[in-house]
Design a binder for this molecule. Structure first.
Ligand code: ZN
Length: 141
């Protein structure tokens, strides 16, 4: 059971042709994220330059929500400091719980397209999978 807003343009675009679904060269961090409820299984790969996320990608399989969310997340965090990426992950996860403020949601840019998942409990773990994996990758969970 999917709502119409779920298949909005941004999600469809990131699902049909994800920009960041690929291996990266010599990643510094590789971490698997699994959501057994849905069968989503992703591998997050991060390359860091000091405090900055220099490059990132993901591989694996899963439903449209998990894949689009991971792809959007990676687009948002490349070039940002780890600290900033973790701040965005915190906002995203609170948005999915329905707890983020409007101005915080605005800072998520494209990822704000997933806000309606807050009303779809079965999809919550799919939406946060990539972001939780990011938090774990940086040892902050
Ligand atoms: Zn899923």
């Amino acid at each position: 059971m999917e709502s119409r807003s779920f298949y909005n343009e941004i999600l469809t675009e990131h699902n049909v042709s994800p920009y960041h679904k690929h291996d990266i060269e010599n990643p510094d961090i590789v971490l698997e994220g699994v959501n057994p409820n849905c069968g989503d299984d992703i591998w997050l790969k991060l390359k860091c330059d000091g405090d900055i996320i220099a490059d990132a990608g993901f591989t694996g399989d899963g439903c449209a929500v998990s894949q689009a969310s991971a792809d959007i997340m990676i687009g948002l965090i490349i070039g940002k400091k780890k600290e900033e990426a973790l701040r965005l992950a915190d906002i995203f996860i609170r948005m999915i719980k329905g707890e983020a403020r409007e101005e915080e949601i605005d800072s998520l840019e494209e990822a704000s397209a997933l806000r309606d998942v807050a009303h779809m409990p079965a999809r919550v773990k799919c939406a946060v999978l990539g972001w939780h994996t990011l938090e774990e990758a940086f040892g902050n969970n």
